[in-house]
Design a protein around this ligand. Structure first.
Ligand SMILES: NC(=O)c1ccc[n+]([C@@H]2O[C@H](COP(=O)([O-])OP(=O)(O)OC[C@H]3O[C@@H](n4cnc5c(N)ncnc54)[C@H](O)[C@@H]3O)[C@@H](O)[C@H]2O)c1
Ligand SMILES: [Zn+2]
Length: 357
């Protein structure tokens, strides 16, 4: 098992991690425990989790419908109401068992209920294991604006059990992979070289991938918990990615997954990095060919461009409505706070469209 120290707690990674959960739970022996799941993490992960942690008779289960469309204040309200009915007081522990939606939402619910109760994260998707469950950002969406309501609050501990990924479908695995690409691109060229060789295909290597990504994210977050500077590096691919995700959620029958939207964002923002931040042409080609190898082409429509720009202007990362980007200087090094004009953003979106085969 690997143990990574965060600013205020610890992340445990490995296929023996459920024993560690059991140990940690001993500290909360007299606490009321509430497990938050969605139907998939309930069906695929909860039995193993409850048996191995011997928690089955000592927990209330709140099961939500899966999907980003449920990461809302209405669902939070439903959970708070349930807490009140269950007489949950401050000596309670919330256990978030699920993907990024459950960790973000469950963490937020716990962070503000009675001014904050304890929570732990047990992420069950690749995206949540390498990104969403680490770094203390918890929150929900408001209408089509992503993560606009929330707070910074670290979980008491995060337990990453790679075996949970066995039941995750390929599309969801890939979506997580785009965050691993991001970690490599902003911080570690050797990791980038490894990812290109497709660590995904071999589940014995998942642990390695998770560990490296969590280390990179945690190192950055530790230096800048509240995102005043360096943490913005983690937004690479996300200015355009988030806008596209929001657009797709409100306009498409089968919306893009977060990681799929980020993959498009990575390509567009790599293009912008090439244009204004010194990223050379060879690296542009390398990144674009690798990302397009993994992700099939998304049919980006020109008539969505103005809407996308509007969404970017609304993004909480922006000051005074200027659109703010994190850009690559080279593979493994990113710089933050680039104000980019609409013309170049449109050019980058058109560049993506030109990749259609
Ligand atoms: N807080 C952060 O720092 C941070 C960082 C990145 C992303 N996020 C957020 O994370 C969310 C995306 O996370 P996600 O991709 O995990 O989405 P998700 O939680 O919707 O999970 C994806 C799907 O996989 C299912 N699932 C979960 N575990 C499974 C398992 N083991 N086997 C089979 N199916 C399983 C879920 O039910 C869901 O249908 C977004 O809301 C994004 O904003 C947050
Ligand atoms: Zn992301």
């Amino acid at each position: 098992m690997h143990i990574i120290k965060t600013k205020e707690s610890k992340i445990f990674i490995g296929n023996d991690v459920l024993d560690e959960v059991k140990k940690t739970l001993e500290k909360y022996k007299d606490y009321q425990k509430i497990l938050i799941v969605d139907e998939n993490s309930f069906n695929y992960c909860a039995t193993d989790f409850l048996i191995q942690t011997e928690l089955a008779n000592d927990v209330e289960i709140i099961e939500l419908d899966s999907g980003e469309e449920n990461k809302t204040l209405e669902i939070c309200q439903y959970i708070w109401q349930t807490f009140v009915e269950l007489k949950v007081d401050r000596d309670a522990l919330v256990i978030n068992l699920g993907g990024g939606v459950i960790c973000d939402l469950g963490g937020f619910v716990a962070s503000v209920y009675k001014r904050g109760i304890n929570f732990i994260n047990v992420p069950t998707t690749l995206l949540a294991q390498i990104d969403a469950s680490v770094g203390g950002k918890v929150g929900v969406d408001l209408n089509n604006l992503k993560n606009i309501i929330g707070v910074f609050n670290e979980a008491e501990a995060v337990f990453i059990y790679p075996n949970f990924l066995r039941t995750l479908n390929k599309k969801e695995m890939l979506a997580g992979y785009s965050e691993a690409f991001k970690h490599a691109l902003i911080a570690d060229i050797d990791y980038w070289k490894k990812l290109k060789t497709n660590l995904l295909s071999n589940d014995s290597l998942w642990e390695q991938l998770i560990l490296r990504s969590v280390e990179i994210k945690n190192d950055i977050v530790k230096r800048d918990l509240k995102e005043s500077g360096e943490r913005k590096k983690l937004n690479f691919g996300h200015t355009i990615g988030h806008a596209l995700e929001s657009y797709s959620l409100s306009n498409e029958e089968l919306p893009l997954l977060h990681g799929e939207a980020v993959a498009v964002g990575l390509i567009c923002e790599t293009y912008i990095s090439h244009k204004v931040n010194g990223l050379n042409h060879k690296e542009l080609k390398d990144i674009v060919s690798c990302v397009t190898n993994f992700f099939s082409y998304y049919d980006l429509k020109e008539d969505s461009f103005q809407l996308l720009i509007g969404l970017m202007k609304n993004d909480k990362k922006n000051k005074n409505r200027a659109i703010n980007f994190t850009l690559l200087k080279t593979i493994g090094e990113a710089t933050v706070n680039h104000k980019i004009g609409e013309d170049l953003i449109l050019e980058a979106l058109n560049y993506y469209c030109s990749l259609k085969k």
